[in-house]
Design a protein. Structure first.
Length: 413
């Protein structure tokens, strides 16, 4: 081919390249459905009821329980009960030997205190006898004083009469023997009266002293009686009594072992007031609230379901089997039908939320991708990934709040 021919061919092609035909506008993007894998199942989205539940372990406890302890320290000398025993209110459960700082037992303390009472009573009787004597002397003294006062008044009268009628206005050295004798009689009567006054003052003081002695003796007797009461109280505290009628549910000490004051050595419970104590995990506790319905299956009655209701939820966690749990208190709907099996284990199912006419999808149809949750929706002979908003779950199905409608068909893995 010649050069001229090649140039002519090029000139004929270039005009077509300079003016290409316009491209059509792109339409909406529709992802091509993926083929449904062989062996995958599908399910139709339907409406129905769903209940969210929290499962936990628990145990039957008594609403009326008491820890058992002595108020004194000592050594256990007698134990009259064991776990499972029925006890009556006030029944003696155990005894200890407790000694005071002087190494005296309760019986010795009572004996010593009673001796002190006997001595104090004797001293009180002596003091009362001395007071009676002192009061009798004081009364005699008052009679003596009255007689001395009468003699003094008579002597005053006689002397005044002698001085005025016989020899008035004379100096003592000029008095007659008669007047002088009347003056001496007056002086003697005055001295006798003063002596009587002094003696009565002494006897009154003795009465006051004996009154004080009686008061002190009464105080000593009262103190001795308090010591007896205290010693008897310590003897009573050396015995452990049942605070109410019930069942011994635990006991931790043996005869010969030492117990400290207020150390817990056992527990008693009233089998007529039973409730349930459940241990709910940290992950589930936010779902639980008072008023929720509970179903309970006792380990000793696996064939029977007992109904109940949540009455209280602990605000702080506690350790149980190596993890943190929250104690939930549950009351039985029919407490009379609960067997008296305190501390027996139980499976607890708490109904936390319920939905009616909710869109339900099997849990297996929902999967997480990134921050969202999705299902594969059957469409056009294949499947399309659709994001959904979910609600509660019962462990088998999940509530779908948005993203699907009733009648949609979703893929199961």
């Amino acid at each position: 081919m010649t050069l001229v021919t090649l140039l002519a061919l090029l000139l004929g092609v270039l005009p077509g390249c300079a003016q290409p035909a316009p491209s059509p506008e792109p339409g909406p993007y529709n992802p091509t459905p993926l083929a449904t894998p062989q062996g995958s199942g599908t399910v139709v989205v339907q409406r129905g009821s769903i209940t969210e539940q929290v499962e936990a372990r628990g145990r039957v406890v008594s609403a009326h329980e008491a820890l058992l302890s002595f108020a004194l320290e000592g050594v256990l000398t007698d134990i009259d009960v064991s776990p499972g025993d029925q006890v009556a209110e006030g029944e003696i459960l155990a005894e200890i030997e407790s000694k005071d700082s002087e190494d005296r037992t309760a019986e010795q303390q009572i004996a010593d205190a009673q001796y002190e009472v006997t001595v104090a009573q004797f001293n009180l009787e002596l003091a009362r006898g001395d007071l009676a004597i002192a009061e009798a002397d004081a009364r005699l003294c008052e009679e003596d004083l009255a007689r001395a006062q009468t003699r003094l008044r008579q002597a005053q009268y006689d002397y005044q009469l002698a001085s005025y009628l016989v020899e008035p206005n004379k100096e003592p050295e000029e008095e007659s023997d008669f007047t002088r004798s009347q003056r001496w009689a007056l002086e003697y009567a005055s001295l006798d009266y003063d002596k009587a006054v002094a003696m009565c003052a002494v006897r009154d003081a003795r009465v006051e002293y004996q009154n004080t002695a009686v008061f002190l003796a009464q105080q000593s007797l009262a103190q001795a009686q308090r010591l007896v009461t205290r010693a008897q109280g310590r003897a009573e505290q050396a015995q452990l009594h049942a605070p109410f009628a019930g069942v011994i549910i635990s006991w931790e000490k043996r005869v010969g072992e030492r117990v400290e004051a207020y150390e817990t050595i056992g527990a008693v419970a009233d089998p007529e007031a039973l409730r349930l104590e459940a241990w709910v995990s940290e992950e589930d506790i936010a779902k639980v609230a008072p008023g929720q319905t509970v179903e309970t299956i006792l380990d000793l009655r696996p064939e029977q379901v007992f109904e109940g209701e949540v009455v209280d939820v602990a605000s702080e966690s506690t350790a149980w089997q190596g993890k943190n749990v929250y104690i939930v208190d549950i009351e039985f709907t029919d407490a009379q039908g609960i067997p008296a099996t305190i501390r027996t284990g139980a499976d607890v199912i708490i109904e936390t939320r319920r939905r009616v006419e909710a869109l339900l999808v099997p849990n297996g149809a929902i999967y997480t991708d990134g921050e969202g949750q999705f299902v594969d929706l059957v469409r056009g002979g294949g499947r399309v990934k659709v994001e959904v908003e979910v609600g509660i779950s019962d462990g088998t199905h999940t509530e779908v709040l948005s993203g699907l409608v009733a009648g949609d068909e979703v893929v199961l893995p």
